[in-house]
Design a protein around this ligand. Structure first.
Ligand code: HEC
Length: 131
């Protein structure tokens, strides 16, 4: 009986991997990300993240929250990496994408801390964007 309950618990745990942790990133990383963002994304998405040209969608505020706020950092990362910038998807290295992401997160009110965000899919899956 006991092992049955244990198996059930383990099944539940694998069925719904918990995205429980808040995003982890550092202030220095945000600064690096900002510089890359301005260079690689700003012309379309705007210096203010919602005032770009060339049809870039807003990257902050309620638009961002509605699109990404229920998911994990990993889903945002994989979207950005596979589609952005539109003329060169996947063209930046993982560290640069990650840094840019932390800048976007910081501008959406997520708090920077001590540790850097690593370009690691598993770690990103564990970071929830739910507030
Ligand atoms: C040439 C213009 C252009 C550049 C450069 C560009 N984007 Fe985009 N981006 C777009 C457009 C257009 C969309 C809307 C795509 C759609 O809705 O299918 C978009 C959508 C997005 C979205 C989804 C927004 C949402 O919630 O609807 C994210 C996130 C994003 N871009 C991030 C980035 C990042 C990060 C960079 C820099 C590495 C970047 N983009 C560079 C034009 C651009």
């Amino acid at each position: 009986m006991r092992s049955f309950a244990l198996t059930l618990m383990m099944l539940c745990a694998t069925a719904s991997p918990a995205a429980a942790q808040a995003p982890v990133f550092s202030a220095e990383q945000v600064e690096r990300g900002k510089a890359s963002y301005i260079q690689r994304c700003g012309m379309c998405h705007g210096e203010n993240l919602d005032d770009g040209d060339f049809g870039g969608a807003p990257l902050r505020g309620s638009w961002f929250r509605d699109h990404w706020g229920a998911g994990s950092v990993a889903s945002l990362f994989s979207y950005v990496q596979t589609t952005m910038p539109p003329d060169n998807p996947g063209g930046l290295n993982d560290t640069t994408y990650t840094d840019i992401l932390t800048y976007i997160l910081q501008r959406n009110g997520y708090a920077a801390g001590r540790d850097e965000m690593k370009s690691d899919e598993k770690a990103m899956e564990a970071m929830s964007l739910q507030k």
